[in-house]
Design a protein around this ligand. Structure first.
Ligand SMILES: Cc1cc2nc3c(=O)[nH]c(=O)nc-3n(C[C@H](O)[C@H](O)[C@H](O)COP(=O)(O)OP(=O)(O)OC[C@H]3O[C@@H](n4cnc5c(N)ncnc54)[C@H](O)[C@@H]3O)c2cc1C
Length: 405
């Protein structure tokens, strides 16, 4: 039996420990006093742990070829069996998997229980600061505890949500083994704007179609609820486009978010919408613009739209000139705001970037640089869409790494 050290008792590390302990003596080193702190805050405490739509398009990397070799039907089936065998009964909503308890702690607790049953030793409150390789052995904290292992699994997570224990130290450890780190950047994160009206629309939530345009070219479009805030825009569909922001800003490209506040009128032309508003106004003769629009838009938003089109709330729709009507409808259907940044790592649900996949055998998760070193989860240059894909990658890479070490 070989001795295996796993650095990080998060989603990928715990999963790997359960598989690796079938053949080896496994020790997890976890800096926190509990394992899986991040798991417990996922999905707003409910943990969206998997998605039935396991299409490659939901996973991203600067090395898509590496991702292609990673995916196969067997590993996906194995994740579902893994959770069934752990005793997690899924509640599936539109393809999104949650534990039936709707409590993220159920997932964390069952993983820890299974690891402990398999005799995995967990060293809590243990920060791994340095690892040396000597005579093909891995020495953990050589100047302090000096603990020696045959094999090593790095499962330290990324830099997202530092408070859960992943503060980027994993990148330093991987670098010390000669691995290349693709610049980590926050993703699944809110977008920041410097538009002048943000204070006015703060707190509004609305359904919309959002389109991210780079240099006026459409890059990504989604439909869903967004939250308008005093720094910019938030919401799941915003998170899914956030991965494209930093690199394009660095390249000095102009990023504009287009918002259609009337998603149910997607196929209507401006002319048809004006005719519809004309009809409404004729039925609501005594109504001001403010009163007429209040039945359509959240109150704070309608004021922003009136202000941006230089209209007064007392005006009446039927008295507007054609060009003024077009300007108003355009703001409803194609409201634009400049995007100047994303919020930081602390607000991000994940990181893009990480250890380059070109240096990892994506079938076994073993490093191509150092024999018996395995790297898993978000520490790698892989990020997924919202919807259970980041945990999905953590489980899948954990299974592969744990089985093959
Ligand atoms: C608010 C929030 C909500 C999310 N919601 C979802 C969701 O619903 N669905 C989804 O799929 N994904 C979600 N994610 C993303 C998901 O949680 C992560 O992708 C996943 O946890 C990554 O797993 P990991 O094992 O790679 O890293 P982590 O889970 O971050 O685990 C790394 C562990 O290593 C420990 N560690 C790090 N360095 C050291 C060291 N040097 N010594 C000792 N211990 C160390 C850390 O303390 C931590 O416990 C969410 C993330 C956040 C922040």
């Amino acid at each position: 039996m070989a001795t295996v050290a796993i650095i990080g008792g998060g989603a990928s590390g715990l999963t790997a420990s359960i598989y690796a302990s079938k053949n080896h003596n496994v020790t997890i080193f976890e800096r926190n006093s509990v394992c899986g702190k991040k798991i417990t805050i996922t999905g707003n405490g409910k943990c969206n742990y998997w998605n039935e739509d396991q299409n490659l398009k939901h996973y991203h990397s600067s090395n898509p070829e590496g991702l292609k070799t990673f995916f196969d039907r067997n590993i996906q089936k194995e994740v579902e069996n893994f959770f069934t065998n752990l005793g997690i009964f899924p509640k599936i909503k539109n393809g999104y998997y949650y534990p039936y308890s709707m409590q993220a702690t159920s997932i964390r607790n069952t993983l820890v229980k299974k690891a402990t049953t398999n005799k995995v030793k967990i060293n809590y409150n243990f920060l791994v600061e340095e690892i040396k390789v000597e005579n093909q052995k891995f020495i953990i904290n050589p100047k302090k505890e000096h603990l020696v292992f045959d094999k090593l699994i790095l499962a330290c997570g990324s830099m997202a949500a530092k408070k859960t224990g992943s503060d980027g130290i994993g990148y330093q450890l991987a670098k010390s083994f000669g691995h290349t780190i693709v610049k980590p950047e926050p993703t699944l994160v809110q977008l920041v704007s410097d538009a002048p009206f943000l204070q006015d629309w703060h707190g509004v939530r609305c359904e919309s179609i959002v389109s991210l345009c780079i240099e006026e070219k459409l890059l990504h479009q989604e439909i869903g609820e967004i939250q308008l805030t005093n720094y910019g825009v938030s919401g799941i569909c915003i998170f899914n486009m956030s991965r494209y922001v930093k690199e394009n800003l660095r390249a000095k490209k102009k990023i504009i978010l287009h918002i259609d506040f009337l998603p149910d009128f997607q196929n209507k032309t401006y002319k048809e919408l004006i005719a519809w508003l004309d009809k409404r106004a004729k039925n609501l003769k005594e109504y001001s613009l403010e009163e007429m629009l209040e039945g359509i838009l959240p109150y704070k938003l309608l004021f922003v739209i009136l202000k941006e089109t230089h209209r007064k709330k007392e005006e009446q729709w039927l008295k507007l000139k054609e060009a003024e009507k077009i300007a108003l409808v355009k703001k409803l259907k194609d409201f634009t705001i400049p995007i100047i940044d994303t919020l930081d790592f602390e607000h991000a649900q994940a990181c893009r970037g990480g250890v380059s996949l070109t240096e990892i055998d994506m079938n076994t998760m073993e490093s191509k640089k150092i024999k018996n070193l395995y790297i898993l989860g978000e520490l790698l240059d892989v990020d997924g869409d919202c919807g259970g894909y980041n945990l999905g990658f953590a489980w899948m890479s954990g299974i592969k790494g744990g089985k093959n070490c």
